[in-house]
Design a protein around this ligand. Structure first.
Ligand code: TRP
Length: 333
């Protein structure tokens, strides 16, 4: 039986952090066996914020190396760079003819970005969901693993796919569905700022490629409280978060040791943080080394990107020619 098709895009901005590692990335890795996966680096999407050529190029290499280091297997999944597949931008142009100003302007992420950067409300930002829809439907994806912030964009992709099918009285595009993982299966990594989860924009994250010195500094600055005054008292959220992090990266005996110090009101958060920092360093060390090894191996990166582009183009070109023929774009020669 054919495996269901999954597409997901990653913007080449910033570094992967521990929260991503135990969240989205881990889910991608697991999906590789049971789904036909297309994972790509959305470099064209990232142009809406005008990165310098140097930064863009470095960002693309960095995410590619990070995802490979985390376990995306280029033999199992198709991993590619969006701009290596020009069929996507061609489909985007065609879809734009049936995407309406009103619906694009009403998108929350467009409104947010326009409000935050009133001097850069460009057309690419407005049509961001159209390009994203092209990314998804060009491979006839059935599932898209997305976080909360991308749900509305996926809703738009569903709308554009259905609209095309209706307009041309066809069922070319499956309507892509959000892929959500079982809650009990997820490890939620808390941030270091005392509340909520680890996130890039929250500024409370530890990156996978973070150097040991910087990890120590960040962990030592993590929010705690004044310490328990009664035995076996309930932990406040910032302290609970430190324990949660420790459970993820440290040995069970280490966690038990600090639990018991907490319960007997003898805990010194400084000691706990020192231990936690060292355990985070040991945990991330092999990943960090792997990222750096891959980054240094330009031949390997080139080979992976070329192989991915080839496979993605094959799938994309097939859909695009079906689309063009339905629309009535036919070559006269
Ligand atoms: N917009 C997504 C993000 O910001 C990235 C993205 C681009 C994407 N195209 C996609 C995600 C297609 C899923 C499917 O994270």
């Amino acid at each position: 039986m054919e495996k269901p098709i999954v597409v997901s895009g990653i913007r080449p901005t910033g570094y992967l952090h521990l929260g991503n590692y135990f969240g989205a990335v881990r889910n991608f890795i697991r999906m590789q066996n049971d789904y036909t996966c297309y994972f790509f680096i959305a470099d064209i999407h990232s142009l809406t914020t005008h990165p310098t050529p140097t930064n863009l190029q470095a960002g693309v290499k960095q995410v590619l190396a990070e995802y490979l280091a985390c376990g995306i297997d280029p033999e199992k999944s198709t991993i590619f760079i969006q701009s290596d597949v020009p069929e996507v931008t061609e489909l985007y142009t065609l879809l734009n003819m049936n995407a309406y100003l009103g619906e694009l302007e009403r998108t929350t992420s467009f409104k947010d970005k326009a409000r935050k950067n009133p001097d850069n409300v460009n057309a690419g930002l407005l049509t961001y969901p159209v390009l994203m829809a092209a990314d998804i439907i060009i491979h006839k994806a059935q599932f898209v693993p997305v976080g909360k912030d991308q749900e509305q964009n996926l809703e738009m992709a569903r709308k554009f796919a259905a609209r095309f099918n209706r307009m041309y009285n066809n069922e070319l595009f499956p309507i892509p569905r959000p892929f959500t993982f079982d809650g009990k299966d997820m490890i939620k990594v808390p941030g270091l700022d005392g509340s909520g989860k680890m996130g890039k924009s929250e500024g409370n994250a530890i990156n996978l490629c973070e150097d040991p010195k910087s990890i120590r500094k960040k962990v030592m600055r993590a929010v705690t409280d004044l310490g328990p005054t009664e035995p076996n008292s309930k932990k406040a959220e910032p302290v609970e978060n430190l324990f949660t992090l420790m459970k993820i990266v440290s040995a069970p005996e280490t966690v038990a040791h600090f639990e018991s110090l907490y319960n007997s009101c003898e805990i010194r958060y400084g000691d706990m943080k020192k231990q936690l920092a060292e355990d985070i360093i040991s945990y991330t060390d092999p990943i960090r080394n792997k990222i750096n090894d891959i980054l240094a191996d330009t031949d390997y990166l080139t080979k992976v990107a070329r192989m991915g582009a080839e496979r993605a183009r094959e799938s994309a070109a097939k859909t695009l020619s079906e689309v063009k023929s339905l629309i009535g774009i036919k070559s006269l020669f």
